[in-house]
Design a protein around this ligand. Structure first.
Ligand SMILES: Nc1ncnc2c1ncn2[C@@H]1O[C@H](COP(=O)(O)OP(=O)(O)OP(=O)(O)O)[C@@H](O)[C@H]1O
Length: 262
């Protein structure tokens, strides 16, 4: 099938993510109940919450991977799960995802992994796609000599950077990160945080980042949304959340692993 070039989406001035009244359940297990969340353009938003609080289910709902039980999710002003296939494709082309494991294709080299979305969503030739992929490698801080390596030959940090380059291969405006620093040593994690913040600022990205890493929250997030009791219980800057009296949030910032422990 001949690939079509993607028409621009209208309403691009809308908040990139607007969620209203989201409900998700599995049988009798209610995960989200009347969850509302807005992510503003250019914002780096951290999503935190206890294990099993529904962060991954929320991410999957927003990515269109898991149809919610009910509720309204708008991406760039367009309702997910209701538009045409072409509209879904347009939205997909403007979003990049970095899954926790990297989720690289193991049989493809680094550069081929990054070329994949370019080949899928544009009519560019392989040579052109490769040139763009090499540029994205350097944007993600990868040395060009890594281009022909297989994922199995990469360090944890290089896997994350390759996945990031692939997520940004199509000039995404909205970037989803699932535990981006998990599995990295503290120095590698700090370097990756810095890279994400720099890219978010220079490329005007909106970033939705699930994390357990307090250092990442302090280093790069403009705001943090806390998932508990099946919805977003609070959203604000770290300075605001540090003062929260909500028991989970208080424990998170002031407990034994928190930065502000007494
Ligand atoms: N496909 C599914 N079928 C049934 N239950 C599911 C499914 N996916 C998730 N759940 C349940 O939804 C709840 C929330 O899971 P989720 O993975 O979103 O939590 P999380 O906040 O990402 O946790 P963690 O921080 O441990 O990764 C859990 O109770 C989980 O068992």
């Amino acid at each position: 099938m001949k690939r079509k070039n993607l028409a621009p989406l209208d309403n691009e001035s809308d908040d990139p993510i607007v969620i209203n009244g989201l409900n998700n359940s599995f049988g009798t297990n209610v995960i989200h109940e009347n969850l509302d969340l807005t992510v503003k353009r250019g914002q780096v938003l951290g999503i935190v919450g206890g294990s099993g609080s529904g962060k991954t289910v929320l991410l999957n709902s927003i990515l269109g991977l898991q149809k919610p039980t009910s509720g309204d999710i708008r991406i760039f002003g367009h309702k997910l799960y209701e538009g045409s296939e072409e509209r879904t494709r347009q939205i997909k082309a403007k979003t990049g995802v970095l899954f926790q494991s990297g989720a690289l294709f193991s049989t493809l080299s680094v550069v081929e992994n990054i070329m994949t979305p370019i080949m899928e969503f544009t009519r560019l030739s392989r040579t052109e796609a490769r040139a763009i992929a090499l540029m994205k490698m350097s944007l993600a801080g990868l040395p060009l000599r890594a281009a022909e390596l297989a994922p199995s030959e990469l360090s944890g940090g290089m896997i994350k950077r390759t996945a990031l380059a692939r997520a940004l291969a199509l000039d995404a405006q909205l970037l989803f990160l699932d535990e981006p620093t998990a599995g990295l040593d503290p120095i590698g994690a700090a370097a990756f945080d810095t890279l994400i913040r720099e890219l978010a600022d220079s490329l005007d990205l909106t970033v939705f980042m699930i994390t357990h890493d307090l250092d990442s929250l302090y280093a790069i997030c403009d705001e943090i949304a806390v998932l508990a009791e099946r919805h977003v219980v609070e959203k604000g800057t770290v300075e605001v959340l540090e003062k929260s009296t909500h028991p989970w949030i208080h424990e998170y910032f002031h407990g034994p692993r928190g930065r502000l422990k007494a």
